[in-house]
Design a protein around this ligand. Sequence first.
Ligand SMILES: CCCCCCCC/C=C\CCCCCCCC(=O)OC[C@H](COP(=O)(O)O[C@@H]1[C@H](O)[C@H](OP(=O)(O)O)[C@@H](O)[C@H](O)[C@H]1O)OC(=O)CCCCCCC/C=C\CCCCCCCC
Ligand SMILES: Nc1ccn([C@@H]2O[C@H](COP(=O)(O)O)[C@@H](O)[C@H]2O)c(=O)n1
Ligand SMILES: [Mg+2]
Ligand SMILES: [Mg+2]
Length: 223
Amino acid sequence: MLNKYARAFFTRVLTPFAALLLRLGVSPDAVTLIGTAGVMAGALVFFPRGEFFWGTIVITIFVFSDLVDGNMARQAGISSRWGAFLDSTLDRVADGAIFGGFALWYAGKGDDNVLCAVAIFCLASGQVVSYTKARGESIGLPVAVNGLVERAERLVISLVAAGFAGLHKFGVPGIQVLLPIALWIVAVGSLITLVQRVVTVRRESAEADAAEAAAGPGSGTAR
Ligand SMILES: CCCCCCCC/C=C\CCCCCCCC(=O)OC[C@H](COP(=O)(O)O[C@@H]1[C@H](O)[C@H](OP(=O)(O)O)[C@@H](O)[C@H](O)[C@H]1O)OC(=O)CCCCCCC/C=C\CCCCCCCC
Ligand SMILES: Nc1ccn([C@@H]2O[C@H](COP(=O)(O)O)[C@@H](O)[C@H]2O)c(=O)n1
Ligand SMILES: [Mg+2]
Ligand SMILES: [Mg+2]
């Protein structure tokens, strides 16, 4: 949903900045790499210590690089298969660091095994949700569903909650409960999204196999 509705807005806002980076000779790949490194640093330096406010600020500064890199590539007319691969692969790395950072907090000083498990579930289910689409498309299916909780939703829900939960350290009482609530929402939402995508791939594969069988032997595609 966010990918559909918010992307156009952020494209307009970020286009001048992307153009400036291009004029300065920065490449989209450099933005992809630096953005991922910044997200990882924010998540793995601050979150395991319970510094959710500062971790979220650092991550928010860098996570928008994921919208800038593609914008730069499109403006410069240099969108590439390599760039698409690098972008998607490093998205998985960044997501692993964010939810891994939450899990490390709950495994350590946060001292909550259930929330540690929920954070690990968010990490794993988010990766699998993305994989369903990538694998479905690689076997020639359209995978014409995005589902309830895509990557943008996973990030916005968990980071907004983490940012506000971090205000607990500045004396705001009770607010830390937002992070567990967000993790549960992302976990349940990711599970629903996974089911939506698997059901779609199952239907699309059955339709494609039936169409192939109707076309006769030798019409199959390699997978
Ligand atoms: C009192 C103050 C308290 C402190 C509060 C702090 C608040 C912090 C607030 C927000 C931070 C969250 C911002 C998160 C933005 C995330 C944007 C983003 O990177 O989205 C990426 C997304 C997907 O991009 P791709 O197409 O490159 O990725 C594809 C995707 O990953 C697929 O995965 P799947 O969905 O299938 O699981 C893969 O399949 C595919 O391989 C991959 O290519 O981009 C978008 O979706 C675009 C829309 C972005 C919408 C952003 C909304 C931001 C909303 C609020 C921002 C508020 C900013 C406030 C700043 C405050 C600073 C202090
Ligand atoms: N280093 C990069 C990063 C991205 N691309 C291209 O942009 C597409 C992703 O767009 P986003 O707005 O989601 O960043 C990606 O599929 C590539 O076509 C690139 O070429 N090089
Ligand atoms: Mg990107
Ligand atoms: Mg990306």
